[in-house]
Write a protein that binds this ligand. Structure first.
Ligand SMILES: NC(=O)c1ccc[n+]([C@@H]2O[C@H](COP(=O)([O-])OP(=O)(O)OC[C@H]3O[C@@H](n4cnc5c(N)ncnc54)[C@H](OP(=O)(O)O)[C@@H]3O)[C@@H](O)[C@H]2O)c1
Length: 259
């Protein structure tokens, strides 16, 4: 596939999304970057502009489907979107005092991570289908394969994204629109800063962006990394549950509130 020239990234104000934006930023490339924190978003936009890319930003909450459509409709009209990366997400889970997430938190995580990603996907899909061309990438997690005891809603949201993405990919197999699902392990970001526990094989956001872009160029169904953790997560889905819990016991964590 030719390198994409018109790319939208949700959750581009920080971490993996910001690193993906800077990875693709180059002369001749237009990036549509969204996030809620406009100060951080503008800082990423300035760095991407310095690399020669054209940038449009929008301070949007992914839960607001109407705002996403209002930003993407004129954006797509002037720069037909070739690649949409639905990356925005939050991690909530067990607190330091051992409290398990409540119902309101669980709902919020699923609204952002799962329904928010679908808002971005469905704001993009009709135009891509009309052109019979384009790629949509959903950023899930290895937690989609091996649910995290300390983050039930996060795990459910990521499993939902994986399932939705692979089903839609198959449904669109005969078309020019391709879907990929990204399943990262631990990546250094504000999210992993709030995750207090073991983080084996952690990689930088820049390395994650490189692996994600490589998987996108190959139109992979699942872009899972690092390889050893990805294989371990796949295996964990087929071993007896008591064994999976035993193997993941050392991975328990709690989530610190974000500053
Ligand atoms: N880091 C890891 O180890 C890891 C592993 C597996 C999967 N992931 C996934 O990778 C994605 C990026 O995470 P990250 O590690 O880069 O974390 P991060 O640094 O906290 O970045 C999260 C991004 O999502 C945006 N966001 C959060 N809630 C939003 C909302 N309601 N509306 C719009 N934007 C929102 C944030 O922007 P604002 O705060 O400006 O809104 C920020 O740009 C997430 O989907 C995460 O689940 C990360």
């Amino acid at each position: 596939m030719n390198a994409p020239r018109s790319i939208v990234i949700t959750g581009a104000s920080s971490g993996i999304g910001a690193a993906i934006a800077l990875h693709y930023a180059a002369p001749g490339v237009t990036l549509g970057l969204t996030g809620r924190n406009t100060e951080r978003l503008e800082a990423v936009a300035a760095s991407a502009r310095a690399k020669g890319a054209m940038i449009e930003t929008a301070g949007i909450d992914v839960r607001n489907a109407e705002s996403i459509v209002a930003f993407l409709t004129p954006f797509d009209a002037s720069h037909p979107i070739e690649l949409m990366i639905a990356n925005a997400g939050v991690l909530e889970g067990r607190s330091a005092d051992g409290t398990i997430e409540d119902g309101a938190t669980a709902r919020r995580v699923i609204e952002i991570n799962l329904l928010g990603a679908l808002n971005a996907l469905h704001a993009t899909l009709p135009a891509m289908r009309a052109r019979n061309r384009g790629q949509i990438v959903l950023v899930s997690s290895l937690a989609a394969f091996s649910p995290l005891t300390d983050a039930p809603a996060y795990s459910a949201s990521k499993a939902g994204l994986l399932s939705y993405g692979l089903a839609l990919r198959a449904a669109l197999a005969d078309t020019g629109v391709k879907i990929s699902v990204v399943c990262p392990g631990y990546v250094a970001s504000a999210m992993t800063d709030s995750h207090i526990g073991e983080q084996p094989m952690k990689i930088s956001a820049e390395e994650a962006a490189r692996l994600i872009a490589r998987g996108i160029a190959r139109q992979q169904a699942v872009i899972g990394f690092p390889k050893a953790l990805y294989l371990g997560s796949l295996m964990s889905a087929i071993i007896p549950e008591p064994l999976r819990l035993l193997f993941t016991k050392s991975m328990r964590f709690h989530v610190e509130p974000r500053r």
